[in-house]
Design a protein around this ligand. Structure first.
Ligand code: NAP
Length: 255
């Protein structure tokens, strides 16, 4: 029996989970990427790339590839694909498991403001010129053109094209993980006094949050989108355990 797993990825955890499952004889694991990153990270299992064409397209793909389990290991802010995953598994009757990092929680010394969208961050930053680190996806930074008085340091995986139409913007291409000491150096070297970021959770991008706390820098955190309630593992180890549990059930049923 081969148990087919499709992992919806685009995150470090998806890659790590694929690595933990790769090479197991009873599994056939494929990882799916949206296909927007120019140089995606190497993956330990076969990869398919590009959108499915909504929930219906995903449902057809699941049937065609005879997938037994869908794992939604996408980023906590990738709400559309997570909703599609629930709809597609609902219509095909397939099981779904989400792998989702819990959000960071504030601790003493954090100076956080939770905002609903980038436009709110623009207002919250105020009118006086500031030095702002934008640690957001390149699709989300457009609203900051409404606040050209600030100097921006914009960090992204892929180049921001076209660049932001503001007088002062510096671009930094980088992919995490980012260590706290390096983040502290970056924030100090550039005189950053505000950070706008997502509450991604996990260790890979927490360095800037810890560094901001140490330096007393304000952080504007985008609120997480509501995601559908499904069985959820918070760590790669938990996801492996949940998959093993399902496998045991499947082999007992002779599937
Ligand atoms: P999204 O808004 O939820 O998805 C938009 C569309 O992109 C989906 O409807 C789907 O197209 C396609 N898609 C998304 N993830 C896919 C996947 N893993 N495999 C195949 N198609 C996928 O998501 P997003 O915010 O654009 O994120 C895209 C990818 O980047 C995700 O895989 C996510 O894990 C990763 N990522 C996102 C963030 C973030 O902050 N949003 C950060 C880091 C990494 P169809 O409807 O045509 O199937």
């Amino acid at each position: 029996m081969t148990y087919r797993i499709l992992i919806l990825g685009g995150t470090t955890e998806a890659r790590q989970l694929a690595g933990r499952l790769a090479g197991r004889a009873e599994l056939a694991v494929t990882l799916s990427l949206a296909g927007r990153t120019v140089n995606p990270a190497e993956q330990p299992v076969p990869v398919r790339s590009g959108g499915f064409g909504g929930a219906e397209g995903l449902a057809s793909h699941l049937k065609e590839m005879q997938v037994d389990l869908l794992v939604d290991a996408t980023h906590p802010y990738a709400a559309r694909i997570s909703a599609n995953a629930v709809e597609a598994t609902g219509s095909t009757g397939l099981p779904i498991l989400a792998l989702r990092r819990p959000p960071w929680l504030p601790v003493a010394g954090d100076r956080w403001t939770v905002i609903d969208n980038a436009g709110e961050a623009v207002v919250a930053l105020g009118k006086s010129p500031r030095k702002v680190l934008l640690a957001l996806g390149r699709q989300e930074i457009g609203p900051f053109e409404a606040a050209p008085q600030h100097s921006y340091l914009i960090r992204s995986v892929d180049p921001v094209e076209p660049p932001l139409a503001v007088p002062s913007a510096t671009y930094l291409l980088a992919r995490g993980p980012f260590a706290e000491t390096d983040e502290r150096e970056l924030l100090q070297a550039d005189g950053i006094d505000a950070i706008v970021a997502k509450n991604s959770g996990g260790a890979a991008t927490y360095g800037k949050i810890a560094a901001a706390r140490a330096l007393g820098i304000e952080v504007f955190l985008l609120r997480r989108p509501e995601l559908p309630a499904v069985e959820t593992a918070e760590t790669v180890a938990e996801a492996v355990a949940a998959i093993d549990h399902r496998l045991t059930g499947a082999s007992e049923r002779g599937v």
